[in-house]
Ligand binder design. Structure first.
Ligand code: TXE
Length: 481
């Protein structure tokens, strides 16, 4: 059985414990590799290596740092198919999705920050003729980067790239559920000549290896993406240590469809925003609000299209819905479908596990599910399900739907469908979320601030926001008299 290794001080090494955890292929429902069951000893080794590498890396000329990161991006592009296959096998997503989205975005993340750092300037100004004020932005030290299982290499590089570009060294822990592409990434780092200790990847359980990173006194900042519950726990550990934190957490995003929208486009894109990656994207529009004038037409045409989505072997080009990430997650999603029925919801399609013939017959597949007839305040419409499950809710007036959209504890993203320009701006300004898409979904410009409010997180990633997060600013004031 293939054993993944930790990447510490430039070497691929076994965990100190000598213990390993099973790593499942969710489409087959079988263990296909093993991952290190690392603990605080491995994290300690990683922190020592990262600290030792910090001076050399942070003082390396930016263009040299940038060139190494660009070389890693070149290797991601070179190994595109291998990485896409590994991502699909580890996560359960369709190979076509990993190939079209996950791996190209990982390469883009590396390229974006390898070049952004070359243009990252700060500010200075004269205070009348009294003084000169200028600001420096310098790397913080050893950055702790903890990433989730839904977009494994995409979100792993989304943290590691800016951290390294800014001159920090890194101790990273990918999700124990999808460790494979981070492991393959470490091999590319070695090949690219990334100096030893600059990036260290410690695989293992969140409560053990992850917790050891969050509570390590020599890791002054934590960048985390994952569930809100875990985010709360991490904040409780890191805040009293005065660590800098970026928390990208869950969402229960509204997809608001007004009757003055481009109906066909709203219908087409809403299929994607509901079920892409099996609904396992924190930005998915899981609550669909449809204005009453087009409600019946939308529901019937939406359900008709959902029924055509093929749930199948992720290696099959025609599969649109792959396996959800784990047995535990499958059971969680099915429990929410049952909850929806208990709360009085009507299932118009899906609502059950799917048996896929052949190699995937033991896999974790759920039919894309559409539920109507639920009140906006019920648990199904308030809690993050994070699976191929959406609810559709009718509304009459604009102010009513804004209140409904804002009525959860989350505030990550929202999608609005309207051809009325004034309404687009008016509603966008009233929605309480960090990201609003109008007449599109998941259009990503990496320069934009990314993140949410309320229980969707703290801080922003993306563009200059990430470089400012991964640096410490200092204002220096020089008297001129
Ligand atoms: O995420 P966790 P899980 C949501 C989604 C999902 C729920 C839980 O609703 O059902 O979160 O998913 C590490 N100290 N999202 O359990 O637990 C863990 O090892 C340090 C939304 O997979 O948040 C993994 O690497 N680290 C999200 C990472 O945290 C800890 C994407 C995420 O795991 C830790 C994924 C600890 N005490 C899930 N406990 C998004 N916003 O995209 C766990 N970890």
């Amino acid at each position: 059985m293939f054993k993944i290794k930790n990447y510490i001080n430039g070497q691929l090494v076994e965990p100190e414990s000598g213990e390993y955890l099973d790593n499942y292929n969710p489409a087959e429902g079988k263990v296909y590799s093993l991952i290190p069951d690392s603990d605080d000893r491995d994290v300690q080794k990683a922190v020592v290596a990262a600290n030792a590498a910090f001076d050399g890396w942070s003082s390396m000329p930016v263009l040299k740092r940038s060139a190494i990161l660009l070389k890693i991006a070149d290797f991601i592009d070179r190994d595109h198919e291998k990485l896409a296959r590994a991502e699909s096998d580890d996560n359960g997503k369709p190979l076509s999705l990993a190939s079209r989205v996950d791996i190209p975005r990982a390469s883009s993340n590396m390229r974006f920050y390898a070049t952004a750092i070359q243009h990252f300037a700060s500010e200075s100004h004269m205070s009348d003729d009294q003084a000169l004020n200028y600001t420096t932005r310098t790397p913080v030290g050893v950055a702790g980067c903890i990433s989730p299982w839904n977009l494994p290499l995409y979100l792993f590089t989304w943290k590691v790239a800016p951290a390294l570009a800014a001159g920090n060294t890194v101790v990273a822990k990918p999700s124990e559920i999808t460790p494979m592409t981070a492991y393959l990434f470490s091999e590319l780092c070695i090949e690219a000549g990334l100096p030893e200790g600059v990036l260290n990847i410690v695989h293992g359980l969140g409560a053990k290896a992850g917790q050891a990173i969050v509570e390590h006194p020599d890791i002054p900042l934590i960048s985390f993406t994952g569930g809100t519950t875990t985010g709360k726990h991490i904040a409780a550990t890191a805040a009293p240590m005065f660590k800098k934190m970026s928390l990208e957490l869950g969402g229960k995003n509204p997809n608001i469809i007004f009757d003055d929208c481009d109906f066909d486009q709203a219908l087409k894109v809403s299929i994607h925003s509901s079920f892409a990656n099996q609904g396992q994207i924190c930005l998915c529009g899981s609550r669909i609000f449809v204005q009453e004038g087009i409600y019946d037409r939308f529901v019937s045409q939406f359900v008709e299209r959902v029924k055509t989505l093929k749930v199948g072997d992720p290696h099959d080009e025609t599969s649109k819905v792959g396996a959800v990430v784990s047995k535990q997650h499958k059971d969680k999603i099915l429990s929410y479908i049952k909850l929806a029925q208990d709360e009085g919801g009507e299932i118009l399609c899906g609502g059950h596990q799917v048996k896929v013939e052949g190699r995937c017959e033991e896999g974790y597949f759920i039919a894309p599910t559409v539920i109507v007839g639920l009140d906006a305040t019920c648990r199904t419409n308030q809690e993050e399900i994070f699976g191929p499950v959406v609810t559709i809710i009718p509304f009459k007036a604009e102010d009513e739907v804004i209140a409904l959209a804002n009525s959860t504890a989350y505030g990550l993203s929202a999608t609005i469908w309207t051809d009325n320009l004034k309404r687009a701006h008016r509603v966008s300004h009233q929605i309480k979320s960090g990201i609003v898409w109008v007449n599109t979904w998941l259009f990503r410009d990496l320069r934009t601030p990314f993140g949410g409010m309320k229980q969707s997180g703290v801080g922003r990633e993306g563009g200059e926001e990430a470089l400012r997060f991964f640096t410490e600013s200092k204002n220096i004031c020089i008297a001129l008299k």
